[in-house]
Ligand binder design. Sequence first.
Ligand code: URA
Length: 225
Amino acid sequence: MSDKNQLSLFEYSQPEQKELIPTSSQIPIPAETYDNLTELKQHCQQCYRCELGNTRQNAVIFRGNPQALIMIVGEAPGQNEDETGLPFVGRAGQLLDKILASVQLDPEQDVYICNVNNCRPPGNRTPTPGEIAACKPYLLEQIRLVNPKIILLTGATAVKGVIGDKRGITKIRGTWMEWEGRLCMPIFHPSYLLRNPSREKGSPKWLMWQDIQAVRAKFDGIRNQ
Ligand code: URA
């Protein structure tokens, strides 16, 4: 075979490259842009749809099982997450794992953990509405690809970012809400529980214990359907 033929053979075997590298929040990312989470993850590492792209070390996408029935959505990465590229690996994440383990949910097997924002806001400030909007297509694509039956929204930012409900978390935590055919439950953010360590009846930790048991019961119900 001539060199020319060999070259054209290699040309034909090249996989199709996706062009879209969004650098502006004005560029839409339509549903079904990504075939899988690996593609989405690679894309996010090159994302500058908002200014958080300029200060991150790593875009933080997910940990856990992409086939899980339960998705847990947090706010945004902190320092540990920014350094490691994995969500909820600091103190709040360790508490989250303990909460899951208290009802025999395995963080590696039974849940998929991600955030409303994939990049760390400087000083761990709350992400702005513009930053949340810029990152939202990535979250919606993760929800489509993972297809969870249950979504746990940790804290007010996650609730606002996913279902747009602006009510205070204390009002709505522990209630099941239907959103886009999925069951969502707002729960306290683990960082809030770290700041409120009491376990007394009616305390945030006690309420979380009620909520996570309700989640476990729903999970069993769906699994046994
Ligand atoms: N807090 C969050 O909301 N997300 C993380 O990944 C870590 C802390």
